[in-house]
Design a protein. Sequence first.
Length: 330
Amino acid sequence: MFRPASLLLGLSLPGGWKVLERLRRIPGQTGGNFSEGYVVIQDNGTKAFLKALDYERAMQSADPARALEALAKAYNFERDLLARCRRMDRVVKGLADGSVMVPDEKRGDQVVQYLIFELADGGDVRKYLEVSKRFDTAWVLRSLHSIATGLNQLHSGGIAHQDLKPSNVLIFGTDLSKIGDLGSAISRGQAAPYEDNHVAGDPEYAPPELCYKHILPDWSARRLGCDAYLLGGMVVFFFGQGNMTAMILEQLALSLRPHAWHGTYAEVLPYVRDAFEKALTIFARDLERRAPQLREELLLVVRELCEPDPGYRGDPKERRPGANQFSLER
C-alpha cells in the first residue's frame, strides 16, 4: 500500500528542517494509529520529533470519510493546543507544523501534514528507569513534582490532559520531566476530538468512575478529577511499578467489574472503595521496600488523589463552595 506519510525520509521541510530517521513507534499519535514518527534536524543542529499524519491508512479504515474527518479535527485541535502551551515549561513544546509534498510519479505529488515537537533524548520514564537500573528516590520525587507542575500549568490554561501515564512522561537530559501527548486533552469551552468518549485517554489507566461509564456533569469534577487520579497513579507506578486501576479491579469479584456490572456506579462504589483499600495495602508494602521514610506521606497523597468517589477526591481542605478541590498547588 502506497503511504505518503512513510516516505518522508531525507526530505527538506520549511524552517530549515530535514528528516533524518524514521521511527518504528512514536510516543503520541493523533487519530489513533494514523501517523508516522521521525527524527528531524534543523539547520542550527536542533533535533526534534516529527509526527506525520497518515491519511492513506485512514482511507483503508471501515469508514474512510469519518476517519479522515476525525484525523483532520484531531490535527487542528492538537496544533492549536500546542500553540497555547508554548510557555508551559513542564509540557512538551510544539516547535513547528506544516505540510510537505511527497513526490510520486504514478499518482502525482501527495501532501503530508505534520507536527514537530521537542525531542526527549531520555525517552519516557519507563525507559529511563529500565536504563538506570537503580531506584533513585530523589530523582523520582523531582519527576513527580515536574509532572504535577505540568498538570497545574495545563489546568491554569483551562486544559485537562486526560491521558497521563508512564509513556506520556518524557525525560530531557537526565533530570527534567515533561508531560507529552496532548492528543486526548480536553479544553474547557472548546470542542475536542474525544470529548464525547466516556474515557478520553487510555482506558487501562482511567479512574474507576469512568471505567463504569459514570459521567459527572461538572467539568472540573470529571476532567480535573480524572487528572488528579492519573497523577496519583504515577506515584503508584514510580514506587510500586503498578497500575492503580488494574490493582483496584483485581481486588473485585468478577461480577462487580465494569464489563459485568449492570447497576449504577453509586451501587458498586462501596465494593470499589473496599478494593481500593486493599490496593493501598499492597502499595504500602511497595513503599516499605522502596521508600519507608516516605510511606505515610505517599500513602496519604495516593489516598486523596485516587479516591474512587470523585466527590471526595483531591485536597480535603479545598472541599468547600467556590474552592478547587482538585488543585495541585499543595
